[in-house]
Every structure is written in C-alpha cells, then in structure tokens.
Design a protein around this ligand. Sequence first.
Ligand SMILES: Cc1ncc(COP(=O)(O)O)c(C=O)c1O
Length: 372
Amino acid sequence: MDPSPALNRRQWLHATGALVAGWSVPGAARASTDRPSEPTGPVRLGLNENPFGPSPSAIAAMQAQLAVTHRYPSNFTNELVQAIAKKEGVKEDQVLLGVGSGEILQAVGRWLGPFKPEIITATPGYMQLIDVAQRAGARIISVPVNDRLEHDLPAMAAKISADTKLIYICNPNNPTGTLIPPAELRAFVREVSKKTLVLIDEAYLECSDDFQANTMVDLVREGLDVIVTRTFSKIHGLAGQRIGYAITHPAAAERMRSFMTGTMATNLLGVVAARASLEDHAYVKNTRIKIKAGRDQLTSLLTTLNRRFAKPQGNFVFFHTGMPIADFQQRMREEGILVARPFPPLLDWCRITIGLPGEMERAHQALRKILG
Ligand SMILES: Cc1ncc(COP(=O)(O)O)c(C=O)c1O
C-alpha cells in the first residue's frame, strides 16, 4: 500500500491504524486479543506448532491491516526485508522471503536437483529440501546421526566428493532436537564451504537456550558459501501465515528466487505480523521460557520412566518408546494425544511437540499409563 503523497508516513500509519496497533512502533499500545485456550478435543502434539500462538502485537498488526488486503503487499514486504537485513547485519539483497522457510528449502531442491548432484544430509532429518531435490535428480547421501542422535560431522565431511553440491544441516535437528556445539559447527562449515554450498536450517534455533552463540549467520556475513534459513512458524507462532526467510550471499539469493513462486507470494497479513513479531522481543523471550519449561518437565518425566531421549533444544522432544511407533501412536491416540509421524530408521522412537500446560498434563498422564 502506498502512503498517499498528501500524508507523511506517520500520518499514514495513524490513518491505517498501524501505529495504534503497534505495528510500526515497538511497544506502542496493543489491541487486546484472546490467547489460545486449552482444547477439549484431541491434543495436537505432532506438527511442532507453537501452541502459545502469535504475539499480541502480531495479532494487532494483522487486525489493523485487514481492511487493506485489497492492496498488494510489496511495501510491507520491503519493510520486512529491511528489518530482517538490519537485525541480521546483512544487505537487503542477502535476504530472501519465502512462503514459509519450506518454500525456500524446496526452491533449493529445484535449483540443485537437475544438476544430478550428491547432497549430504543427516538421517533421521528434515526431508522437505531432500525430497524435492531427489525428485529433481539429486543423489542423497544420508549419514546416520551418532549415538547421541546428533549430526556426525566427521562422517558427513568424509562423504564429500567432486559431485557434492550441498550439505544440509538442520540445527537443532528435526526430529532429534539436538544442537551441534557451535565451535564444532563453525569449524566444519568454514572447512566444507570451500568445497560445497552449505545450508543451515535454523527453524528451531530461537527455541534453544542460546540463539546468539549458535546461529551461523556470521558466516554468511563473512562471505562464505552458506545459506541460513529461518521461519516465523515456530518461536513466533505464525505457522498459518507462512513466512520464512533465508540469509545468504546475493548470487545464491538470486538463484533461489528464480525457483520460487514469486516476490508477491507472501501474503500481506503474514508480512505485517512477522514485522511486528520481529520487534516483540519480550513475547519471543517469554515463549522461549515456556517452551523450555515444557521441555524440561517432559524430559524429567522420561527420566523417571527410564526412557532414553535426545537432548532437546527445539519445541519438541524425541524419545525411545520401546515399541513400534505405529503401536505407540495408536495407544497415544486412544488417550487423545496426537504425536508425530514415524521417522525411519528410528522406528521405535517418537517426537512430541511441547503444548500448552494443560495439554502437557494430559500427555504426561498418557505417557505414564503407556510407558510406566
Ligand atoms: C526443520 C524445519 N525446517 C523448515 C520447516 C518449514 O517450516 P515453514 O515452512 O513453516 O517455515 C520445518 C517445519 O516444520 C522444519 O521442521
């Protein structure tokens, strides 16, 4: 939406309600909003959604712009790109918005796949890029996680060949939830990015205990052949609005852009919500604390139940059930709890997302009954 030439930017924001809603000015008055309430039906702990929902300022920003959704989103999109570039300390042409970070991952798969390259990834791991690349012609080199269910970086480095075009690192990993020690990952990326493009998927990193120490975006700033992807679907609680982004060098951003739906694909409400959420540090911090509390309570229950689990740093926990996952899923479903799909080859392990406190109480009861 173009500000009318007759209005300056501040007057325009007032006229549209954006200023009142706190969209453009962090900390401005916020609209009152309902928070997600504890559900009565099945508890959905299978998709790694953030049950605490979007921040009140993101909701207010969307409400303020509902009446202008007849406009294309380009001005808002530009502002979001500028805000992300500023936050990440990169230039705007190093930021690529996507319809969720999933669209960006798929674009990388469509870009590289037809070269029939080798792509190295961990197993079990997140498959969105991998599946698309494989369908487009890539050969996937799957490297099993180590006995702590963490990426096995030396084994991954040993698989690099002249045909390798990408190493995909999901950190924290989905489904295991493990985080690679940052010094180890940084040294690995510095070394292997001399030979191949590296993509670090940081979808869950803001749920972890120390985002700043673990993000690899500084390696993009150094100019290495690296892509970092992030999403507003997880800590920001905006999965339904489909906004994610990549930070990389301008040439890679340009290539990826040409394999995406288009610059106008991200929707206006999602963009304004993301912009507001980016500034809402208090809400993000608070959500991180609640996710960590849920994670800690679940791992202490699993310890009591004598179950192995991978050290979790996302908004989910991956643990050993001692039975085929299909049976475990069914038994949890009978208790009203939906858990994640199977993750081969670990077919007696289960991933559970951290839900609202009442949802977790129900999940704990079910786990005690089934595993106790
Ligand atoms: C590791 C990882 N990366 C990327 C995504 C894609 O998320 P979105 O498209 O909602 O940004 C997900 C979704 O669950 C994920 O688990």
